[in-house]
Design a protein around this ligand. Structure first.
Ligand code: NAD
Ligand code: UGA
Length: 469
């Protein structure tokens, strides 16, 4: 039986390995992590991440050929293929701070692999890493290897949260990069065989290591660039009377452009787009390509502009002050169908409003009060560096109150703003909400989910991104 071990039981490691275990009953898969709490949750009925369809997959394989464990070294030493899916956050200090990827977690995993290995192994980069990381990992492994042969492969992950299981079941492509040597090619074939259990062969792309590493950064940069492009257009729509939904639709009908990923929003969030573009920018700068670096930097700048533009619009609409006013925040996760709040635009919007002394009443169907308080108390980029974390000093309940439904959040509020496109926000009883709010009652829709004309009929003053007022 082939044995796979995955280091890192997070948003990528957990679902990816669960699907491999489901699709490959002849392979034993162990997912290991240094976080006892995470592993305990993976072994319980309450999985550590919310992802549609995940419970079902885990239940089918857990205890059969899928195991979650904190015995990192044991499982690593027994495995034939080791996936490394640890976090690769943005550095917060030292060389490249604020841009470069922090490979501390990756390096410590690589050193541990070298330490405990007793037979030849394939080590797979699943985390998103800077191009040429495989070279560094190879050095760490071969200089500590005690005669063992390691083959490094790059196999970046393209799943999106909220649709992870479907993305893993039916990937657009699986990308495997390896060395152009007989051993490297053999390793590629071994990994290809794993995916070939359920992925059509023509969707498994094999490349050299650097192309695979760079393709991942490029894919995220292209995706984020589309959002910044449509968000930049949304500002122009508001200034001219065009409607961004109509513009996106018209533009997306061009088959060379395509209709997906053209929804204007309050800004993109999530753990990866910003981090990966900053990483790309840093690599360009290190390679003497400042013009290329500046091009990609602009994607982040437009995203930051979109978030602050939204806050400024809120404050200026509400007579230039929100001081002491109750504002309902509907949605805190970075997108619907996930409880993940990493780099969610809601953090910047809430901090902007708190800066103007607003009182926030926040509701999200999947995010806990503790998580929201932690997010609002943290410095930029600190969320993925557990060692930097200070104890959370929560905002007082008057300033930030986290509640369990949208009606409670909006009661007596001066304004409500929608920051995540949860389906339930489309069907709220807005008449009841209006009756219970202060007047004039404002709606600020950061996701274009409400029917603005119906809300205006009720009496609301409505602002939606990229639409005529
Ligand atoms: P995560 O923070 O959810 O999970 C990483 C896990 O690794 C954590 O549980 C952490 O405790 C564990 N870990 C860190 N160092 C370890 C060590 N030395 N030994 C054992 N465990 C260790 O992160 P994630 O969202 O799963 O992302 C992982 C990587 O995948 C990142 O590089 C990210 O850029 C990339 N990625 C993420 C997504 C996504 O949707 N989240 C999609 C594609 C790629
Ligand atoms: C993204 C990519 O889609 C994945 O392919 C990639 O694997 C992953 O990053 C990663 O490397 O981590 P994810 O961040 O989970 O996945 O979610 P997306 O659906 O890409 O959404 C990202 C952000 O963009 C969200 O805040 C979303 O609301 C926003 N968005 C998305 C828009 O504002 N408009 C759109 O049209 C699409």
């Amino acid at each position: 039986m082939v044995k796979i071990c995955c280091i890192g039981a997070g948003y990528v490691g957990g679902p990816t390995m669960a699907v491999i275990a489901l699709k490959c009953p002849s392979i034993e898969v162990a997912v290991v992590d240094i976080s006892v709490a995470r592993i305990t949750a993976w072994n319980s009925d309450e999985l550590p991440i919310y992802e549609p369809g995940l419970d079902d997959v885990v239940k089918q394989c857990r205890g059969k050929n899928l195991f979650f464990s904190t015995e990192v070294e044991k499982h690593v030493s027994e495995a034939d293929i080791i996936f490394v899916s640890v976090n690769t956050p943005t550095k917060t200090r030292g060389l490249g701070a604020g841009k470069a990827a922090d490979l501390t977690y990756w390096e410590s995993a690589a050193r541990m692999i070298a330490d405990v290995s007793k037979n030849d192994k394939i080590v797979v980069e699943k985390s998103t890493v800077p191009v040429k990381t495989a070279e560094a990992i190879e050095k760490i492994l071969t200089h500590n290897c005690k005669g063992i042969n390691f083959q490094i492969l790059s196999n970046p992950e393209f799943l999106a949260e909220g649709t992870a299981i479907q993305d893993l079941f039916h990937p657009d492509r699986v990308l495997i990069g390896g060395r152009d040597t007989p051993e490297g090619q053999k390793a590629i074939q071994t990994l290809k065989k794993v995916y070939a259990h359920w992925v059509p062969e023509d969707r498994i792309i094999c490349t050299n290591l650097w192309s695979a590493e760079l393709s991942k950064l490029a894919a995220n940069a292209f995706l984020a660039q589309r959002i910044s492009s449509v968000n930049a257009m949304s500002a122009l729509c508001e200034a001219t009377g065009a409607d961004v939904t109509q513009v996106s639709n018209a533009v997306g009908k061009d088959s060379r452009i395509g209709p997906k990923f053209l929804n204007a929003s309050v800004g993109f969030g999530g753990s990866c787009f910003q981090k990966d573009i900053l990483n790309l920018v840093y690599i360009c700068e290190c390679n003497g390509l400042p013009e290329v670096a500046n091009y990609w930097k602009q994607v982040i700048k437009v995203n930051d502009y979109q978030k602050s533009r939204f806050v400024n619009r809120m404050v200026s609409s509400m007579f230039n002050t929100v001081s002491g006013k109750k504002i309902a925040i509907l949605g805190f996760a970075f997108k619907k169908d996930t409880g993940d709040t990493r780099e969610t635009p809601a953090i910047d919007v809430c901090k902007g409003l708190l800066g103007d002394n607003a009182h926030l009443s926040i509701y999200d169907p999947q995010v806990t009060q503790e998580q929201i308080q932690r997010d609002l108390s943290m410095e930029k980029f600190d969320w993925d560096h557990p060692t930097h974390l200070q104890p959370v000093i929560p905002y007082g309940v008057k300033q930030v109150n986290v509640v369990s439904d949208a009606h409670e959040a909006t009661k007596d509020a001066h304004g409500l703003c929608i920051l995540t496109e949860w389906d339930e926000f489309k069907t709220l009883d807005f008449k009841r909400i209006y009756d219970n709010m202060q007047k004039p009652a404002f709606v600020f829709d950061g996701r274009n989910v409400v029917d603005a004309s119906k809300l205006r009929e009720i009496g609301f003053i409505v602002y939606t991104i990229g639409k005529p007022l």
